[in-house]
Design a binder for this molecule. Structure first.
Ligand SMILES: [Zn+2]
Ligand SMILES: [Zn+2]
Length: 134
């Protein structure tokens, strides 16, 4: 098995990431901030050890937005792709936006988070776990 199971990249390709660990189960966050940040019904994300994520190209393009105290959303400053988020109270991991991964992740969706904030036009019709918070 390769030391780099996955690569990930932004829309313009300027930011290239390498993942050296398998991301955790995917969770779908319906909170209002994630919906705004993605421009979609939810943010599909998975936790990954911070040490397992490296930026192999485009460090200068990384932009950060602190959407709440201690929480930074990192995105490509050129094309706007959401990349990952970091939390001051959880420095050992990052929350990868899994849509940017090249290839097929082994992880599968496990849960919906913040379902009380779900877009009114979306419908949950799967059997995944549902949480009011995280
Ligand atoms: Zn980009
Ligand atoms: Zn969220």
């Amino acid at each position: 098995m390769s030391a780099t199971p996955y690569t990930a990249s932004c829309l313009c390709g300027g930011v290239q990431l390498a993942l050296t660990a398998e991301p955790g189960p995917i969770f779908l966050c319906h909170c209002g901030m994630c919906r705004k940040a993605q421009g979609g019904p939810f943010a599909a994300q998975a936790k990954l050890p911070a040490s397992a994520l490296s930026v192999t190209q485009g460090t200068e393009l990384l932009s950060r937005y602190a959407s709440s105290p201690g929480c930074e959303r990192v995105f490509c400053g050129r094309c706007g792709s959401p990349l990952f988020a970091t939390r001051a109270d959880e420095p050992e991991s990052v929350r990868l936006r899994v849509g940017i991964v090249d290839g097929v992740l082994r992880a599968r969706p496990s849960a919906h988070h913040y379902v009380g904030f779900m877009a009114g036009w979306w419908r949950l019709d799967d059997q995944l776990l549902r949480f009011e918070t995280e």
